[in-house]
Design a protein around this ligand. Sequence first.
Ligand code: AMP
Length: 222
Amino acid sequence: GMITLALSKGRIFDEILPLLAAAGIQVLDDPEKSRKLILATSRDDLRVVLVRATDVPTYVQHGGADLGIVGKDTLIEHCAEWGETSLYQPLDLKIAQCRMSVAVPVGFDYAGKVRQGARLRVATKYVNIAREFFAAKGVHVDLIKLYGSMELAPLTGMADAIVDLVSSGNTLKANQLVEVEQVMPISSRLVVNPAALKLKQQRMRSLIGALAAGVEQEFNPD
Ligand code: AMP
């Protein structure tokens, strides 16, 4: 049977291509030029399905894809929502690296507020990660769930702080926000459907092995 790999467009798609190439696999369509959702590869038993980043764990969990590539941020939120489920997480692909951080408007005394035990209004898409993080620090927060553009929340007075992904820091800077604390480092993970792993054992294991070798090569070249 066919092996189906779930990917999201953008950073993850762009950064997985060299790792797939190292495993001898080329994706035959460019998602930026075509509207296809199912992409053929140079291996006739492997195809790529393009889904939203937050849908990748769902596709893999429910067997719409045999494996998928998803940011640690999205994966933690998915598991918090749906339980540890049955997704295997065999490999950190070390792509799409960034960090999840707390940011506040320039001039906001975050450390002081935390010291005083003040209640903070925090806007984020990552409510489960944020809840855990502030609970572990003993900081009282009112979480406001957003689906995009978290930077706007403090600028409109709706929140004191945000929890968001930071890469270059340019987005924060452009909105007069500063990073005050790191929550966790983020990178993309391979997730695997356990039933598919059993059914297509040999080819799945060799694909996972080839990706692992690609990661090693990319990040620890001799
Ligand atoms: P930057 O301006 O480079 O710090 O990028 C920050 C913005 O890009 C944030 O709003 C994030 O949502 C997004 N971003 C940065 N890195 C990643 C990543 N590895 N995966 C997904 N989104 C990211």
